[in-house]
Design a protein. Structure first.
Length: 169
């Protein structure tokens, strides 16, 4: 959704991933640029191109990996919460006036503003509606693919009709 939202706002969008396997999905969603953070040549090619990076990674990683992609006075915003400690050398931040910030959700009013924007611009999530009986096969599908951009939504109403799956009252 982040790529779609940024494009709807008129921004040039760069997607950063640890592998090239997600490039096609990123471009399909509207990304203009794609960077493989584990590839030094890809990182070098795209250095100093970002005004803002929204870091949604919630797995342990080093935020410093992304700092070279920021332009002078750029900001990296931590949105994904990790338990590990980020090592942040000060020199690259200070000499190029780069910043790191953090944010949580925006509250009810900001969420409503976002939903209104999505409705106005027809920005929608990519979902697959499933029944509860498909949880096991869906979980297997998720684990088999590292490059899915879908979100799976359980249709509770449709699932109620499956007496075999629903718990007894």
């Amino acid at each position: 959704m982040g790529v779609k939202l940024a494009k709807a706002m008129g921004h040039t969008v760069m997607v950063i991933s640890t592998s090239s396997g997600k490039e096609a999905i990123a471009k399909e969603k509207g990304a203009d640029l794609f960077v493989v953070s584990t590839d030094p040549e890809s990182m070098k090619t795209h250095s100093n191109k970002c005004d803002l990076i929204l870091n949604t990674v919630s797995a342990d990683h080093q935020a410093m990996t992304y700092i070279p992609l920021l332009r002078s006075q750029g900001t990296l915003v931590q949105l994904g919460l990790v338990k590990g400690i980020h090592n942040l050398p000060q020199m690259p931040l200070m000499f190029q006036r780069k910043s790191i910030a953090g944010s949580l959700i925006g509250g009810i009013a900001r969420t409503q503003e976002l939903l209104d924007f999505c409705a106005e611009k027809n920005v929608t999530p990519d979902i697959e509606l499933i029944q509860a009986s498909a949880l096991d096969s869906t979980w297997e599908k998720i684990n088999a693919s590292n490059a899915t951009a879908l979100r799976y939504v359980i249709d509770i109403e449709a699932s109620k009709g499956n007496a075999e799956f629903m718990p007894k009252e």
